[in-house]
Design a protein around this ligand. Sequence first.
Ligand SMILES: Cc1cc2nc3c(=O)[nH]c(=O)nc-3n(C[C@H](O)[C@H](O)[C@H](O)COP(=O)(O)OP(=O)(O)OC[C@H]3O[C@@H](n4cnc5c(N)ncnc54)[C@H](O)[C@@H]3O)c2cc1C
Length: 110
Amino acid sequence: MDNHTYDVIVIGAGPVREDVADRVVQGGLSAAVVEREPVGGECSYWACMPTKALLRSAAALRAAGQVPGSREVVTGDVDLVAVLCGAAAADEVAASRVTAGVRPGWGPRG
Ligand SMILES: Cc1cc2nc3c(=O)[nH]c(=O)nc-3n(C[C@H](O)[C@H](O)[C@H](O)COP(=O)(O)OP(=O)(O)OC[C@H]3O[C@@H](n4cnc5c(N)ncnc54)[C@H](O)[C@@H]3O)c2cc1C
């Protein structure tokens, strides 16, 4: 195994720590990020993205129910199974973006 020396070691690759590593490198130092899970932290997999996907259907239904022209035809309720499938799909998109190495701004620098 090769030995490397870095100015800063960032433990975890969540969104806050991404910013920390980015600022370190922009400031002219080198940084290594150590992550035990897929890159992205809780926001991508358990927090921000999945919860927003869960809320979106209810928000869209509520908005449609407040507008003349659409509220007359919006009579049903949220389809919970479809909502959960949508949230799972959003999670997979986040995971595939990260595992495909296309997360914006990430790559060898510094
Ligand atoms: C339900 C929910 C919804 C949210 N919605 C939003 C939102 O809409 N907008 C928003 O801005 N924020 C939102 N947040 C908050 C957001 O998720 C956090 O602020 C953000 O993820 C914190 O980033 P972080 O980098 O500090 O830590 P984290 O995202 O927690 O990442 C820490 C990383 O460190 C890794 N790690 C920890 N210890 C070690 C170790 N010893 N070795 C290797 N790796 C390690 C973990 O595996 C993890 O990947 C939400 C939070 C929750 C719970």
